[in-house]
Ligand binder design. Structure first.
Ligand code: SF4
Length: 292
């Protein structure tokens, strides 16, 4: 079988950077050092298991909202805490810094840029409109910079429901949203608030992954395999995008889920992967498909 791999499949630079920070801290410490991450560092069970063996341990919750319980008695005094690529709110930062653990920030710089735009505009009195998933940790963190004037929208209906703001309006997007959906909402926001300051904050890595799916179709993929954690939001978005091309689309976590009976009927298959999918899994999937 011919396998076409998307040009930008797998770890984005922000996730890779966060992983390197956590791994570096683990290997630089003593044998008993624990590197605690405020929620899962990435949404990939296989990679998290590998990192756990290196001393990286998830604490807290997915949304970075719950109190962190660390067994202070059994904790090595060398242990440290790491913030994920998704980033956190100023309140969460204050809370984490109040814990008795050295604090390390692995927030993706692209998320930091969005937070900066929100902070600057909120300080000037703007209302802030964020296109994103209100339950996603990145959006929860970003809303913390809006000084109580943040509004999350995920649809045109949400934009219609926004009030008539008396001052300025600033609009940003969660870094991993679809560009075409953001554009549709931006057009409507401009109609409602002609003076709105709009920023395209969908990150470059996300755009590359999204255009990579259409490239696979253009190169003749008859079906598309998207590799990534079942709970990974950006992987699920890639699945939705691939399905929109009306190609058979398969979301898998590992090569073990490949069924030769199903994939044997295709001559050319496209492979892409979410931003939290490690290279060793992508390679094993491609190798297994090539052998079909
Ligand atoms: S998806 Fe984009 S914003 Fe998010 S961690 Fe990766 S590079 Fe950073």
């Amino acid at each position: 079988m011919k396998v076409i791999r998307a040009q930008s499949a797998g770890f984005c630079w922000g996730v890779e950077r966060a992983i390197n920070i956590a791994r570096g801290l683990a290997s630089d410490g003593g044998e008993d050092r624990r590197v605690y991450t405020d929620g899962p560092l990435i949404h990939n069970r296989q990679m998290m298991e590998r990192m756990e063996a290196e001393g990286v341990r998830e604490v807290g919750d997915y949304q970075s909202q719950s109190e962190i319980e660390i067994d202070q008695k059994n904790q090595d005094e060398d242990s440290v805490l790491v913030v994920r690529a998704h980033g956190i709110s100023p309140e969460r930062r204050q809370y984490l810094k109040s814990l008795d653990l050295p604090f390390n920030d692995a927030t993706c710089p692209d998320v930091g840029i969005i937070a900066g735009k929100i902070k600057n505009h909120a300080r000037k009195g703007y209302d802030i409109v964020v296109f994103g998933d209100p339950e996603h940790p990145e959006v929860i963190g970003l809303m913390g910079y809006a000084e109580g004037r943040g509004h999350v929208v995920c649809s045109l209906d949400d934009v219609e429901a926004l009030p008539a703001f008396s001052g300025g309006v600033c609009m940003v997007s969660q870094s991993t949203m679809f560009s075409h959906e953001y554009k549709a909402l931006v057009d409507r926001v401009f109609e409602k608030y002609p003076q709105a300051q709009i920023f395209d904050t969908i990150c470059g890595a996300t755009k590359e992954r999204q255009s990579g799916v259409s490239d696979l179709v253009e190169q003749g993929a008859e079906a598309i395999i998207v590799i990534g954690g079942r709970h990974s939001a950006n992987t699920r978005k890639l699945v939705k995008l691939a399905e929109s091309y009306e190609k058979p689309t398969f979301h898998i976590e590992t090569a073990e889920e490949l069924n030769a009976d199903i994939f044997g009927r295709f001559e050319t298959i496209g492979v892409t992967a979410g931003a939290s999918t490690p290279e060793f899994i992508i390679q094993s999937v491609c190798e297994r498909l090539e052998a079909v």
